[in-house]
Write a protein that binds this ligand. Structure first.
Ligand code: GTP
Ligand code: MG
Ligand code: ZN
Length: 350
């Protein structure tokens, strides 16, 4: 018997009686879900009726809590339970939302202290991280490499807002202890960032053994190799759960929701202050943004980033509306409500 709660499964979502059992998605392959269940690791498919014909259930992703019907072969997933957090990005090819991970307490936005370091990309990650509902933390890896790490750390801190910035090295162990507050038993942390920044190396260092394969090539040509090929949730001996993810080539903005305001408090504080409520912040009189830019209260680079991410987010919101035939506001609200499942009564028995 596996105690599903050691995998972070909340007590209040455990059904009082069967036939469906509680499970957590540890990986997703083509049409096949890897689960940790009370009976150990199992594989499952989605039950067509609930997911396709009735279409009411959200497709589960790595980290999701689900209910599944046991079977001698593949189990059947019948329900995706409400999420406390959810990270998604734009699937640029299909113009749709791509789920990355669910039910994280912390999301580590990982960059390395070399040529991978990029503030604009970090702003993009932080926006989506804040919107996920999990706590974002910036990890700057490979602190052992020579280079101007002081400058890079300072720059990252200047845009990170409330998100802590941690410089560390899985090679020397420097800074690794600063991760422990985020890795309590039962807590889930996802590692997100470009290929080659050292996400799997960090997980191996935390695990104290090589549980994920790591690119063997040297740093300078390691970028873009994509050593990790699928998202995987792992239980560390310490009791924490980590989600390793393949490096993302690009991080397209999905509807950033509340994420923009959280990632850009320095911009947000001026919004709504303009004389005209529909101010485009271009040449209108009484524009608070323009005034803040002129007085130096608002950094022009930050304003530019905000505008870009906001317009990308608007575009995704519009695309979502067209696709789903319902206002995205409703979707956003539904998602917010989903997050607030805590303490609510869930019809356990399937
Ligand atoms: N110098 C140094 N190199 C590191 C450190 N951590 C990882 N590396 C190297 O960086 C390369 C990439 O590491 P990975 O852990 O595979 O990177 P990843 O982020 O998991 O990459 P993907 O799985 O492709 O997304 C490997 O050659 C590691 O040896 C570190 O702290 N210092
Ligand atoms: Mg990896
Ligand atoms: Zn304005």
């Amino acid at each position: 018997m596996t105690d599903i709660k050691t995998y972070g499964f909340p007590q209040e979502l455990i059904p009082a009686e069967g036939p469906a059992l509680p499970a957590r998605v540890t990986a997703v392959f083509k049409g096949r879900w890897q689960l940790i269940t009370p009976e150990g690791q199992r594989y499952a498919a989605l039950k067509t009726k609930e997911y396709i014909y009735d279409g009411g259930e959200e497709f589960p992703t790595t980290g999701d809590y689900v209910l599944a019907l046991p079977a001698p072969g593949d189990w059947q997933i019948v329900r995706t339970l409400p999420r406390k957090s959810f990270f998604s990005r734009l699937d640029g090819w299909h113009g749709t939302e791509q789920a990355v991970a669910a039910n994280m307490d912390v999301v580590f936005a990982v960059q390395s202290l070399n040529e991978n370091f990029n503030l604009k990309r970090l702003e993009r990650y932080l926006t989506l991280c804040w919107n996920s509902g999990a706590k974002p933390v910036v990890l700057l890896t490979k602190a052992d490499l020579p280079g101007d790490r002081g400058r890079m750390i300072g720059e990252a801190e200047s845009i990170a807002g409330e998100a802590p910035v941690i410089a560390l090295s899985s090679r020397t162990g420097e800074g690794m202890e600063r991760l422990s507050p985020y890795l309590a038993p039962g807590a889930t942390a996802a590692f997100l960032g470009s290929s080659g920044v050292g996400k799997s190396s960090l997980i191996n260092a935390l695990a104290g053994e090589d549980i994920m394969s790591v690119s063997g090539v040297r740093e300078y040509d390691s970028a873009g190799r994509h050593t990790t090929t699928h998202r995987q949730l792992l239980l560390l001996k310490s009791g924490a759960l980590v989600i390793d993810t393949p490096g993302m080539r690009e991080l397209g903005m999905w509807d950033a929701g509340d994420g923009l305001a959280a990632a850009f408090p320095d911009v947000e504080k001026y919004l709504g202050q303009c004389r005209f409520s529909d101010c485009k912040h271009e040449s209108e009189p009484g524009c608070a943004i323009k005034a803040a830019l002129e007085s130096g209260g608002l950094d022009p680079g930050r304003w530019e980033s905000y505008r870009l991410l906001n317009s990308e987010s608007e575009r995704s919101r519009h695309a979502a509306r067209m696709k789903q035939g319902q206002p995205s506001r409703t979707l956003a609200k539904a998602r917010r409500q989903e997050r607030k499942y805590k303490g609510k009564n869930f019809p356990g028995a399937y």
